[in-house]
Design a protein around this ligand. Sequence first.
Ligand code: ZN
Length: 202
Amino acid sequence: MSRKAEQIVDDLRDFIVPSYPDIEIRVRPWEEDERRLAIYFTDTKFASLYPYQRWHYLTHLIPSEYQEQYLETTVWFELAPGESPADLSYPDEELISDITPDVMRILKAIGFFRKLDDIMCPHKKTAERGRCWGDFRNSRPLLLSSGITESELFDVFHVLMLQGGFCDCEILYNAVEESRLKAEYWTARAEGIEPHDPHRKT
Ligand SMILES: [Zn+2]
């Protein structure tokens, strides 16, 4: 079933604008294959995110039935202002899955998960907790100060994302077996208390 480009833009705006009020969405035939539509999403909030993270956030805002029905053959480009599709690098999922065990071993050895947990969920209850901004603002400097180089960050973060760690707090919830942040979450749930939300300002 096909749907007109303008109609798709309107639909997508309905899904996405509540979370990304300033997003710019353009839909037109894809240069490499005119039978397919290319969708260009541009937002300043994307500047601090990897394209794979941007895609992750967008795809969660668009109902899967809609994607299956109208977007199956479309090609997406998630851009920060000033970027072009050639600037986007996506992970090679097979390669990332191959390097995952080694990367995880290194991250454990350098104490990365423990240090991140210390920030997001400090031992001392009175200590100030780190906030998660839906990106890797806390993890990045930790990795760089623990011996991971700038050029290794892409692989490291994609290893974490493919395990469900799309932001600082999700690394501790999804990419590691144990963390204080995760334990605290489930303790609160078991006690019927609203768990602390790292994305909310405290
Ligand atoms: Zn988070």
